[in-house]
Design a protein. Structure first.
Ligand code: ASP
Length: 336
């Protein structure tokens, strides 16, 4: 008989392991582990062995931070040789931020790291946690994709391509600009799963720290003085959410404000307010002037990816020109 695969489960908090209370659902230490221990399907002969480690404190993922991403990465690195795969149980609210951040922090992954969670706690009757966690464990053991991915509602997405799109529905995540890696139906179907088998590579874990980065959506009638004040603060990067393929108002005041900021070394990244598609500043005159003001294209990266990639790159103490160059370079499959 072949040896069973061993999967490490890091439980950070989130709805999946929460318990009902008078104030609503709350994370309670030990509750998730006990709930799983009482569910025989997790111990079926065809399931891999697993070990659960609960973080302390368990958090609502709204409270996640780069410090927690670093802790998670170091935790997985420390256990890397003891397990065949890794699952992170996480709240859905910031799950895509964590998936994107970890995709940059880990380099040369030769084992799967799958993030999952649920909209209804595992202990509740109509839970989606059971199916998400059972499949994540099964996929980590028998259909491993050696990158940071996110499993939800029968789809495995590339982590840094995913985004939360639905606050209530079970189909909470999308991957707007990249197909799912796997789909769990009657069979587990490989859609765009990585082909490369990175064997015998040494896992590298980089630093990630918070940086002074801000997101600003454009809208008709926006007061440019507010943008000017923002850019006069000690800011390293501004993610400007523009219209369509990357268009902004054609306004001299806007362009002057942006140009003087980029000349001072502030990175300004152009991302679209549209969920799907790619920024192309050459498409219209309204986008082209942004290019001339020194604005960098966010291409088809998600907002979560642009923010965490900026955190990651700015944490490496690189010259700003190199950060700008790497921002538009494909590092972990995050852009097309
Ligand atoms: N607020 C919760 C969290 O993100 C929601 C969830 O788990 O789905 O931790």
């Amino acid at each position: 008989m072949t040896k069973k695969k061993r999967i490490y489960i890091a439980y950070t908090g989130g709805t999946i392991g929460m318990k009902p209370s008078k104030e609503g659902f709350v994370p309670v230490a030990g509750y998730l582990s006990q709930t799983i221990a009482d569910m025989p399907e997790f111990f079926h002969d065809d399931m891999p062995d697993f070990e659960i480690f609960e973080y302390d404190p368990l958090i609502d993922s709204a409270n996640v931070s780069p410090k927690i991403w670093q802790t998670l990465a170091l935790d997985i690195q420390a256990r890397y040789h003891d397990f065949d795969g890794f699952i992170i149980l996480h709240g859905t609210d910031t799950m895509s931020y964590t998936a994107s951040a970890l995709s940059f922090v880990f380099e040369n992954l030769s084992k799967p790291v799958i993030i999952t969670g649920s909209q209804i706690p595992l202990s509740q009757l109509r839970t989606d946690a059971r199916i998400n966690l059972l499949n994540a464990l099964y996929i980590a053991a028998y259909h491993p994709i050696n990158e940071v991915s996110l499993f939800f509602n029968n789809q495995l997405f590339r982590g840094n391509r995913s985004s939360k799109q639905d606050a209530d529905g079970f189909d909470a995540f999308v991957s707007p600009n990249y197909p799912a890696l796997l789909e769990a139906g009657i069979q587990i179907k490989n859609i765009a799963g990585s082909k490369q088998a990175l064997l015998n590579t040494r896992l590298n874990v980089s630093e990630i720290r918070e940086q002074s980065v801000v997101i600003l959506p454009l809208f008709p009638g926006i007061d440019w003085n507010i943008l000017e004040m923002l850019l006069e603060s000690p800011l390293q990067a501004l993610v400007l959410l523009t219209y369509g393929v990357g268009n902004a108002q054609q306004d001299d005041k806007l362009l002057n404000i942006l140009k003087s900021a980029t000349e001072r070394g502030v990175l300004i990244v152009n991302c679209s307010q549209c969920l799907k598609g790619k920024v192309n500043m050459g498409g219209y005159a309204t986008g082209n002037s942004l290019l001339e003001a020194g604005v960098i294209s966010g291409l088809d990266m998600t907002i979560e990816t642009v923010i965490t990639k900026l955190y990651y790159l700015l944490s490496q103490d690189l010259p700003i020109s190199v950060v700008a160059e790497l921002l538009t370079t494909n590092l972990r499959g995050e852009l097309s």
